[in-house]
Write a protein that binds this ligand. Structure first.
Ligand SMILES: Cc1cc2nc3c(=O)[nH]c(=O)nc-3n(C[C@H](O)[C@H](O)[C@H](O)COP(=O)(O)OP(=O)(O)OC[C@H]3O[C@@H](n4cnc5c(N)ncnc54)[C@H](O)[C@@H]3O)c2cc1C
Length: 234
C-alpha cells in the first residue's frame, strides 16, 4: 500500500490500523479456500472511523471490504485493499418489540440476550453462534427456521449504513433516498427467481413500498460499505 494512504489512515483513524505482514496474512483468509492478501486492516472505533476510511479509500482509489466473523464460505470477506473489521461494533439495545444491533455483534451474544426475554431472532444459519449480524445481513442468512419466519431480509425493519461516498444513511427513515430506491424498484418481477432464499445482489424485488427501502442492501454481500445498526423484528 502506498505510504501516503497508510499515513493518512494512521493519522485519521481513532481505532487501529494494521499493515504488518502478520496481520495481513491473518486477514487474507476466511472459512473459504481462498486467500487474498489485503493492504491494510482498519478496526474502527466509531462511526467516524468508518466514514473516514471510506472517504480515504475513495481518494486513494482502493477498495474497502467489511469483515464480520469471516465464516462465509465464498471468500466474500477477502480483498486486496482495506479490510474493515467491525468487531468493536457489538452493541445490543433491547426494546419491547425490536432490538437494535451493532453489525459486529456475534449471533450467539444476541441469542443469549433474547433468550432471557423468551424471544429469539429467527434467522438461524447452521454456523450457529459464531457469525456476526453484519455478515448475516451481507449474506441474507436463513437456516432451519426460514420456511416459517423467512431470512434476515424478512426480519429487519431499519438499517444504518455508510455508502461509497462516506455518507451515513438510515433506511427507510431517509425519505429522499427511500423514494429513489422505490422508483428504481419498479421492475419486472418475472425476471427474478421465485425462491425463498436469495442473496445474489441488490434485492430490488423486495422493495414493494417505501418502508421496504432498507431491504435493497440485505444480501448485497458488502456492496454497501457498512451496516452500523439494524432494527430486527421481535
Ligand atoms: C458451517 C456453515 C454453515 C452455514 N449454514 C448456513 C445456513 O444454514 N443458512 C445460511 O443462510 N447460511 C449459512 N451459512 C453462511 C452464514 O450465513 C455466513 O457464514 C454468515 O452469516 C457470515 O457471517 P460473518 O460474520 O462470518 O460474515 P463474513 O464472512 O465476515 O462476511 C460475509 C459477507 O458479509 C459482508 N459483511 C460483513 N459485515 C458487514 C457489515 N458490517 N457491513 C456490510 N457488509 C458486511 C462481508 O463483506 C462479506 O461480503 C453457513 C456457514 C458455515 C460456515
Amino acid at each position: 500500500m502506498k505510504k501516503s494512504i497508510l499515513k493518512a489512515l494512521q493519522t485519521t483513524i481513532q481505532g487501529s490500523v494494521f499493515s504488518q505482514k502478520e496481520f495481513r496474512k491473518f486477514y487474507s483468509v476466511d472459512s473459504s479456500s481462498y486467500q487474498i492478501i489485503p493492504k491494510a486492516i482498519v478496526v474502527p472505533k466509531n462511526e467516524k472511523d468508518v466514514i473516514n476510511t471510506v472517504k480515504l479509500a475513495k481518494k486513494f482509489k482502493t477498495s474497502v471490504t467489511v469483515r464480520g466473523a469471516g465464516t462465509s464460505l465464498v471468500g466474500s470477506a477477502l480483498n486486496n485493499g482495506i479490510i474493515l473489521d467491525m468487531k468493536n461494533f457489538d452493541s445490543i439495545r433491547l426494546a419491547k418489540n425490536h432490538v437494535t444491533i451493532g453489525p459486529g455483534t456475534l449471533k450467539g451474544k444476541l441469542d443469549k440476550k433474547l433468550e432471557k426475554q423468551k424471544k429469539f431472532f429467527p434467522p438461524n444459519p447452521s454456523i450457529g453462534s459464531f457469525c456476526s449480524l453484519g455478515g448475516m445481513l451481507g449474506n441474507n442468512s436463513s437456516g432451519s427456521r426460514s420456511l416459517k419466519y423467512g431470512s434476515v431480509i424478512d426480519n429487519v425493519t431499519e438499517i444504518t449504513f455508510v455508502d461509497g461516498n462516506g455518507n451515513k444513511i438510515i433506511l427507510p427513515e431517509n425519505k429522499r433516498v427511500s423514494k429513489k430506491i422505490l422508483e428504481f424498484a419498479e421492475i419486472d418481477l418475472q425476471r427474478f427467481p421465485n425462491v425463498t432464499k436469495n442473496s445474489s445482489g441488490y434485492r430490488i424485488d423486495k422493495v414493494k413500498s417505501i418502508i421496504d427501502a432498507h431491504k435493497v442492501v440485505i444480501g448485497s454481500e458488502g456492496n454497501i460499505r457498512n451496516y452500523f445498526i439494524s432494527k430486527a423484528k421481535d
